[in-house]
Design a protein around this ligand. Sequence first.
Ligand code: AFP
Length: 335
Amino acid sequence: MNTNTTLGQFIIEKQSDFPYAKGELSRLLRDIGIAAKIVNREVNKVGLVNLSGDAGSTNIQGEGQKKLDVYANEQFLLALQSGGECCIVVSEEDEDYIHISSEISKNAKYIVAIDPLDGFSNIDVNVSVGTIFSIYRRKSTAGQAVISDVLQRGTEQVAAGYVIYGSSTMLVYTTGKGVNGFTLDSSIGEFCLSHPDMKIPADGHIYSINEGFYAHFSNGIKKFIKYCQVEDDQTHRPYSLRYTGSMVADIHRSLIKGGIFIYPITSHAPKGKLRLVYECNPMAFIVEQAGGKASDCYQRIMEIDVQDIHQRSAIMIGSFNMVSKAEQIISETDK
Ligand code: AFP
């Protein structure tokens, strides 16, 4: 690990790469990094204190406790509010988007969409969870930011990233010039550059889908699953199946080792389950920047029109050739 380069230093060094290099986006990314460290501290304490319980439950000191997802949401909101660079926050935890209307935010130009603690249902069993974020620049030029500033396509993202709270804690982000990963060195309390210029292998040998819902899948998805399971020496099939139930963990593995993660539409979730604005778009931006591909089976994720902040989408994301193969099989089968 290159402990010489911290996330803060790296962001400042790369500032001139940003389309509007005034330091605001750098400060926004730095604020997200700080909130991630606070959330990481609490995630690591889950076994010791009752942060995984329902909001309103009490800890061993008899104090009122918040659920960790509520806590994480508050921490990111606080960081974004006090940073002064963000005018609107869209969060998985909040039904409506939140205007930040403090004195220091009155000229803020950025919109942040965030899933503060994705994979939360895994928290009790020590499986990795994550934070996903996406950053847009507001389009309107005067007054309060408006809904059209929020409902931008994924192609308009200026930055996106995730934090994975796992065997180690990593922050991975892109500003559209490649992908870099930073591992938290707890001895110095800093994210340090450990995975510079990440590239996803074009092929992989792992597929990741909740196969328990097989009966609810389209014939195209079923056919692709069969393709993954058939023996073929040339393409190293059958592929292995890995599925944690934490999108961040499953996509992070694909980014490092190659693979495909799929959450398709099902007969029970006809629009898909995952959220376009703060789950699919940021992950698509990162994976594309690393050389991979992300689609909803038919269309590039980042080109989907956004009508609603909590809009759902199917997603197929990962190694370029695997996603292309899946798209081909699905379009031939589900015509
Ligand atoms: P939670 O945040 O409610 O645990 O959901 C996690 C998630 O949004 C995503 O991270 C997983 O890949 C997916 O849902 C798992 O969904 P299934 O349990 O339906 O497979």
